[in-house]
Design a protein around this ligand. Structure first.
Ligand code: NAD
Length: 257
């Protein structure tokens, strides 16, 4: 299938590593002109330099998603964007009961409000042009909350509620809004979480990974490229009648239907 992403303009946040990086790379390989956003410009330049040879391009742009003024600084770029991928850093692990107000507020700003702010700046152009794709990267925890990830479970569920509401508001303008829920995709963050659990429980990281794999019907962690190809489809004109959904990319890990 030809995705039809040539010359589409995309902005992907959290693009210096992991899922965001993989999405930026596949969109560029499919012909899109991608603005890759994260805090560290050197790492983003590496992403741009390592972009697979394809028809599109990657431009690095530094921005801290926790900083409203820095997001406002992207306004000019966002006006021309057809595809907006809302991907943030994950919050620190921890129980729902013992998280301070300061941590809640900080994470709300970078994980939730950043998405609202970026979208507000991108939507007018999308509506004018009659085409837009907004993708929010959430987590399997929005369907099946993950123990010890209280902030993630709560704030990503809020994002799903916001995205679903928005999808209804903009569907008539040719703009789709979807969430993608990763299960366990092998990235640095997942390796850090596995390491954290190994230390917390005093067990070997190999044991942690073995238990994780056993909970996934596919029997393995996903690959970032497998995740990114779903995002590329949803970002494309081919997915014009898919909106308001939470699409799982989890090897069957979430047990509910
Ligand atoms: P990651 O930590 O490897 O990458 C996060 C990216 O966001 C990095 O590029 C980082 O530099 C950037 N970032 C962090 N804070 C930022 C800020 N304030 N401003 C700008 N950029 C910032 O994570 P990942 O594994 O690629 O996952 C992406 C998101 O999906 C995370 O929120 C993660 O918690 C979530 N998630 C991932 C999985 C998985 O299986 N990998 C599962 C569930 C949820």
């Amino acid at each position: 299938m030809e995705l039809g992403l040539e010359k589409r303009r995309a902005l992907v946040t959290g693009a210096s590593r992991g899922l965001g990086r993989a999405i930026a790379s596949v969109l560029a390989a499919e012909g899109a002109d991608v603005i890759a956003v994260a805090r560290n410009i050197e790492r983003l330049n590496d992403v741009a330099a390592a972009a697979p040879a394809g028809r599109g391009s990657i431009l690095a742009r530094a921005c801290d998603l926790a900083d409203a003024a820095a997001i406002e600084g992207l306004a000019g770029l966002l006006r021309g964007v057809d595809i907006l991928v809302l991907n943030t850093g994950g919050p620190p692990p921890g129980p729902a009961a013992d998280t301070s107000d300061a941590v809640w507020i900080k994470q709300f700003e970078s994980m939730f409000l950043s998405a609202v702010r970026l979208t507000r700046l991108a939507l007018p152009g999308m509506r004018e042009r009659g085409f837009g794709r907004i993708l929010a990267i959430v987590s399997s925890g929005v369907v099946q909350p993950i123990p010890n990830l209280g902030i993630s479970n709560a704030l990503r569920s809020a994002l799903v509620g916001w995205a679903k509401t928005l999808a209804g508001e903009v569907a008539g303008d040719g703009v789709t809004v979807n969430c993608i829920a990763p299960g366990r995709i092998a990235t640095d963050r997942v390796a850090e979480l596995d390491q954290g659990r190994a230390v917390r429980e005093g067990i070997d990281i190999g044991q942690v990974q073995k238990e994780s794999r056993a909970a996934i019907p596919a029997g393995r962690y996903g690959d970032a490229a497998e995740f990114a190809s779903v995002a590329a489809f949803l970002a494309s004109p081919c997915a014009s009648y898919v909106t308001g959904g939470v699409i799982r990319v989890d090897g069957g890990m979430i047990r509910s239907i």
